[in-house]
Design a protein around this ligand. Structure first.
Ligand code: NAD
Length: 316
């Protein structure tokens, strides 16, 4: 079977003839807040999935998947292996560690890392994978748990364009947009730029909402004004940090699930590292990093990042 893949690169769109997968199942490693929802969409859209997570209770959330007890069990015979893990150290260990994926992944298979990690680690893993006869793409995502649930994620991909063509139909079962960003690591660079902006706009939204509410405005009225005015952003329109404004998002569920403060702080640290390497000033990113770290110091590390609103609101 041949399929057509569409890859967006900058403003250009091109078509590539791609080759078919030669195995009936995919492997998915790491089914937490994002991974469980992405894996569920793959199953709903007809994929056969073997999943592995260090926390067996998380695997149970993915209905219809074959739950594996080891990464080895999940990846052997898989044509495509997707990882969605917390950070670069964990991804590195999962891929090239003692019981790493590369030890049991079939030659010619494709490893797609959707986690947000250091671009240099993605480059290193791409090279080691290639040396072991395995293709590698860094493909971090944007859209949060709401996008993961709805299957509307944006994938930012670094690595070989033709390899991306081969897997694009699979990515489009979890997302609405697939962008080729360039060489290995380029997807991670795009992702860190996006999250730098996201982290800052979430604080800005929380600050403006808190100010208006403390001055007596109705939170819903203020939110609806912002959303048709120049203060609008994803943080205000899709994920307003004030509880009760938008249903079914973490701010309306005690900041449970979602995008953990620990993870946004990790991403800001990575963005600062990249910024240092090319002398790009990121003053607001640095301030945002310190604010989220303050939130962690106050016990919010595992809460959703929109809980920055609670820090600004205080206890009054
Ligand atoms: P999470 O902590 O909810 O999920 C990570 C999962 O990986 C957990 O289930 C954990 O048990 C599992 N895990 C940890 N080590 C493992 C290992 N060695 N082998 C197998 N499983 C292991 O995190 P998340 O929110 O799903 O985020 C995952 C990645 O996606 C992170 O890199 C994050 O920065 C990125 N991301 C998150 C969001 C979001 O809104 N949550 C959005 C975009 C990108």
């Amino acid at each position: 079977m041949f399929c057509r893949g569409v890859i967006r690169f900058g403003t250009k769109v091109s078509n590539h003839e791609t080759y078919a997968r030669n195995s009936s199942h995919l492997a998915f490693i790491g089914v937490g807040n994002m991974g469980a929802r992405m894996a569920t969409n793959l199953i709903k859209k007809g994929e056969v999935l073997r999943i592995y997570d260090v926390l067996p209770s998380n695997s149970k959330a993915v209905e219809g998947a074959q739950i594996c007890n080891t990464p080895d069990e999940a990846v052997k015979d898989a044509s495509v292996i997707i990882t969605m893990l917390p950070n670069g150290d964990i991804v590195k260990d999962a891929v090239i560690g003692e019981k790493g994926i590369l030890k049991s992944a079939p030659k010619g298979s494709l490893l797609v890392d959707c986690s947000t990690i250091q671009p240099q680690v993605a480059q290193e893993l791409s090279k080691i994978s290639k040396d072991n006869g395995i293709n590698f793409l860094d493909a971090p995502v944007s859209g949060g748990v709401t996008g993961a649930q709805a299957g509307t994620l944006t994938f930012m991909v670094g690595g070989d364009r033709q390899v991306l063509s081969s897997v694009e139909p699979v990515l489009l079962k979890m997302g609405a947009n697939v962008h080729h960003c360039g060489k290995p690591g380029a997807g991670q660079i795009a992702k860190l730029c996006n999250n730098l902006i996201l982290a800052i706009t979430m604080i800005g939204t929380a600050e403006g909402m808190n100010l208006g509410i403390k001055m007596g405005l109705d939170p819903k009225v203020l939110a609806s004004i912002i959303n048709v005015s120049t203060g609008r952003s994803w943080s205000s329109s899709t994920y307003n940090p004030v509880p009760g404004i938008i249903e079914n998002v973490p701010p309306s569920n005690e900041y449970k699930g979602g995008f953990a403060v620990n993870l946004v702080a990790k991403d800001l640290g990575l963005a600062e590292g990249v910024a240092l390497s090319c002398n790009a000033p990121v003053p607001l990113g640095a301030a945002a990093h310190q604010l989220y770290r303050t939130l962690i110091a106050n016990g919010y590390g595992n809460k959703d990042f929109a809980s920055i609103y609670q820090l600004l609101k205080g206890n009054q």
